[in-house]
Design a protein around this ligand. Structure first.
Ligand SMILES: Nc1ncnc2c1ncn2[C@@H]1O[C@H](COP(=O)(O)OP(=O)(O)O)[C@@H](O)[C@H]1O
Ligand SMILES: [Mg+2]
Length: 448
């Protein structure tokens, strides 16, 4: 039986909540001061706490802090008459599970308590993932065991030790830059620089000087000689990202460099040499750009000596479980979150998304989910909420086409748009309030 502690100095609230929660089958403790609340918290270790912010002896936010410091799995729901931004932010930052405004809407309390109970149960029933030992330098690890990724690994192995030009093509977020880095890390010259030049990020007029450098006085404002990226790359790798965006004029100069391995700085005459390895990436089909006259054919052939085509994530869904574990570990390390469990159904939900943004979108989804996570388990609900917010058509997963799914989705959207005003929503949806309430319960909908 779950234990719940209610801390509030308003006795009418204590009584109402006590009765209500008792009827829900919870063991209820109450306290009307912060100090008493803390004593009961330590003695009883309740799974759930409902905590008022304005208490006679202490600030509820400080009580929250002391409770969180005990590092128990308890979920703490704050209630307050304050509507301001600061208090809400502080409470959530200090680890509050939820934040409910007074006057209390008992439905909202129930939803929040039910959700806490559910999460505690999922946490209890979900086994922790095996901890993964993070190897040094593994920030640049390419995860995948699908046939398609194994082919990519083979190609990387073939090409990494030589200095031939490599062209990596693929949609955005498929791991082109990561692949380029890993090729570099496995090259005989891995201690030399890896220099990124994003051909789409610099204004045209500066591109040439960024890439090749310029001499003092080459143009207005050029008050000193500057080294370009080619020079910075030295004997290492020059990664030319979004190569299709390179203006034709500079494509010509780059071609000259690739043919002769010599170039001059802007405004200079001195011939400079470079032995850097060039890896270029493009998210559009370069051959198509050549046909349209937007990309120099000679340069295209120079670059594509060795081509790697990164598969979109939708073509290698079998990699998703591994990627999810990898990102959980990575993000836990980076953000200090402690999510070590994945609820059943999370992976299945991820498999129904189309992933237009590929691995980057998957990584961002997990980051967002972990930031919103109030426990150790990555919840299906959290993923669902994020993917519904950034919808792309369901690709697989017939469940997504079921009437129940559509109904659930529609009710959720309607409620969100109306700030969860249920009577308004019921009118718009053309159902009675009790019907709406029962559907909210059935689909376990809640206000985000
Ligand atoms: N196979 C993979 N394994 C692990 N992380 C990946 C993989 N593919 C991409 N990523 C991660 O996804 C994000 C986007 O990758 P990136 O190389 O920048 O893609 P692109 O250059 O194709 O847009 C990066 O954070 C990268 O580390
Ligand atoms: Mg990129």
């Amino acid at each position: 039986m779950a234990k719940i502690l209610v801390v509030d100095d308003e006795h009418s609230i204590l009584e109402t909540l006590q009765m209500f929660l008792y009827e829900k089958g919870l063991t209820v403790f109450t306290a009307d001061t912060g100090e008493r609340g803390l004593l009961i918290f330590e003695a009883e270790q309740p799974q759930i706490v409902i905590l008022d912010i304005r208490l006679p002896d202490m600030n509820g936010l400080d009580v929250l802090k002391s409770m969180m410091e005990k590092q128990l799995p308890s979920k703490i729901i704050m209630i307050t008459a304050f509507q301001d931004m600061e208090t809400t932010i502080i409470a959530m930052k200090r680890g509050a599970f939820d934040y409910i405004h007074k006057p209390l809407d008992i439905d909202q309390v129930e939803q929040s308590v039910d959700r806490a109970v559910r999460i505690l149960r999922i946490d209890r029933d979900t086994p922790a993932l095996k901890p993964i030992i993070v190897k040094p330098g593994s920030a640049f690890q390419i995860i995948g065991k699908s046939e398609k990724m194994r082919d990519i690994f083979k190609m990387m192995g073939l090409v990494c030790t030589s200095r031939v030009n490599v062209l990596i093509q693929g949609e955005t977020g498929t791991g082109k830059e990561l692949t380029a880095r890993v090729i570099h890390m496995n090259a005989g010259f891995k201690d030399d620089p890896f220099v990124v030049f994003d051909c789409s990020a610099v204004v045209d007029t500066l591109l040439e000087s960024e890439l090749f450098g310029h001499e003092k006085g080459a143009f207005t404002g050029a008050d000193q000689t500057t080294t370009g990226k080619i020079e910075l790359a030295g004997n290492g790798t020059l990664f030319l990202d979004e190569i299709a965006q390179l203006p034709l004029k500079i494509q010509g100069k780059l071609l000259g460099f690739l043919q002769r391995r010599e170039y001059t700085r802007v405004g200079g005459t001195k011939i400079l040499k470079s032995n850097c390895r060039v890896v270029a990436a493009s998210n559009c089909d370069l051959a198509g750009q050549v046909n349209k006259g937007l990309f120099k054919e000679d340069l295209f052939y120079r670059l594509k000596v060795f081509t790697i085509q990164m598969p979109p994530l939708i073509d290698r869904l079998s990699d998703i479980p591994l990627l999810v574990e990898h990102f959980l570990n990575k993000i836990n390390l980076e953000l200090g979150t402690k999510v070590t469990k994945i609820q059943d159904g999370v992976v299945e939900r991820l498999l129904t998304h189309t992933w237009k943004g590929n691995v980057r979108e998957l990584e961002n989804t997990i980051v967002q989910a972990l930031v919103g996570c109030r426990g150790n388990v990555l919840l299906r609900d959290d993923i669902d909420r994020i993917l519904t917010r950034n919808p792309s058509l369901p690709a697989l997963g017939l469940e997504a086409f079921s009437l129940a799914h559509v109904e659930k989705d529609h009710i959720q959207k309607t409620l969100s748009r109306l700030d969860w005003n249920k009577s308004q929503a019921a009118k718009i949806l053309g159902v009675t309030l009790p019907t709406l309430r029962s559907k909210i319960k059935k689909y376990e909908l809640r206000q985000n």
